[in-house]
Design a protein around this ligand. Structure first.
Ligand SMILES: Nc1ncnc2c1ncn2[C@@H]1O[C@H](COP(=O)(O)OP(=O)(O)OP(=O)(O)O)[C@@H](O)[C@H]1O
Ligand SMILES: [Mg+2]
Length: 297
């Protein structure tokens, strides 16, 4: 005998518990930033792809923006090139830019596209160049020099920021059965290629598509306070204060800043979830409590 009737009814109940959420998100856009640090093992990648496909089939328009810091580092190592960072930001000379473009726009992007397609989706890989999705400009970092504290401007080479998004191509894809998968590479007005922080690309795409949610999938459970406790919900003022105090650091800073910027442009909520937990997106979206951190207005 297979499963008992009781178990089957239980299964139906689990599905139906998601109904209010499915109804709420029907027809809405959800932008998912898939962090390079969350792309760790094969099984997790498969579970990510299935979650995205499920979202599409129940009437949500998922848009994936991916990172790939560790993957770039790995290939650079194989090529005998030493990565250089200033304040956690990758210095990108012309040769490094070529590698970034090959790894992010090629290998990583197409791997995600193929995985989604394998599970029954129709993913389309894009960079900022495709359909002129977004225009970038060179990013200059202002800081106080560590020794003298004198203000200085740092040139990181081919590192850019998004200045303009044309969501036209995304609207066309989303209206049909396609799932856009975006690599964080853009070009300036003059055609210069730029490597852009994927958290910021996700934020700008979420704003331009009037997304209901922006989800950052990373390699930690969410934002932790000074004592190391996970915060399940916080307002943007608290998040900004935690950056000033130094409680939020490194790779979490662009997530918080970019997330708040998206909320200021109409995105309803921002989530930070642990991509190393299988089906983290589904758990965050379709349950009351969620599993990670949400930033609310
Ligand atoms: N207060 C905090 N709470 C949680 N994590 C924090 C905090 N402050 C800093 N972090 C760091 O932020 C990191 C996440 O950002 P990181 O840039 O490393 O990954 P990612 O953005 O997911 O991947 P990628 O940059 O490759 O796309 C965590 O691994 C953690 O070390
Ligand atoms: Mg990062």
């Amino acid at each position: 005998m297979g499963e008992s009737l009781h178990n089957l009814v239980e299964r139906a109940n689990i599905l139906l518990e998601a109904l209010p959420y499915i109804r709420h998100f029907f027809g809405k856009t959800i932008v998912v930033k898939y962090g390079g640090h969350a792309m760790v093992d094969e099984q997790l990648k498969e579970s990510f792809a299935r979650d995205i496909v499920l979202m599409k089939y129940i009437g949500i328009n998922p848009i994936v923006v991916h990172g790939g810091g560790p993957q770039i580092g790995e290939i650079m190592k194989k090529m005998g090139k030493k990565p250089k960072f200033v304040d956690g930001l990758r210095v990108t000379d012309r040769e490094t830019m070529d590698i970034v473009e090959m790894v992010l726009g090629g290998k990583v992007n197409k791997e995600i596209v193929a995985l989604i397609n394998k599970h029954g989706g129709s993913a389309v890989g894009l960079t900022g160049k495709d359909g002129m999705l977004f225009i970038a400009k060179k990013l200059y970092i202002e800081r106080n020099a560590p020794q003298t504290q004198a203000p200085e401007i740092i040139d990181l080479g081919h590192v850019g920021e998004v200045v303009k998004v044309d969501a036209g191509i995304l609207d066309i894809l989303a209206r049909e059965r396609f799932i856009p998968v975006i690599a964080p590479i853009g070009v300036g007005e003059d055609g210069t290629p730029y490597n852009i922080n994927a958290d910021w690309v996700a934020s700008k795409i979420a704003s331009a598509t009037k997304a209901e949610r922006l989800i950052f999938m990373t390699d930690v459970d969410g934002i932790r306070d000074q004592k190391g406790n996970l915060i399940s919900s916080l307002v943007k003022e608290t998040a900004l204060r935690m950056i000033d105090e130094g409680t939020i650091q490194g790779g979490m800073i662009p997530k918080v800043r970019a997330g708040i910027d998206a909320m200021e442009h109409g995105v309803k909520k921002v989530h930070i979830v642990n991509g190393t937990i299988p089906h983290c997106i589904i758990l965050e979206l379709f349950t009351d409590t969620g599993i990670g951190t949400e930033i609310v207005a």
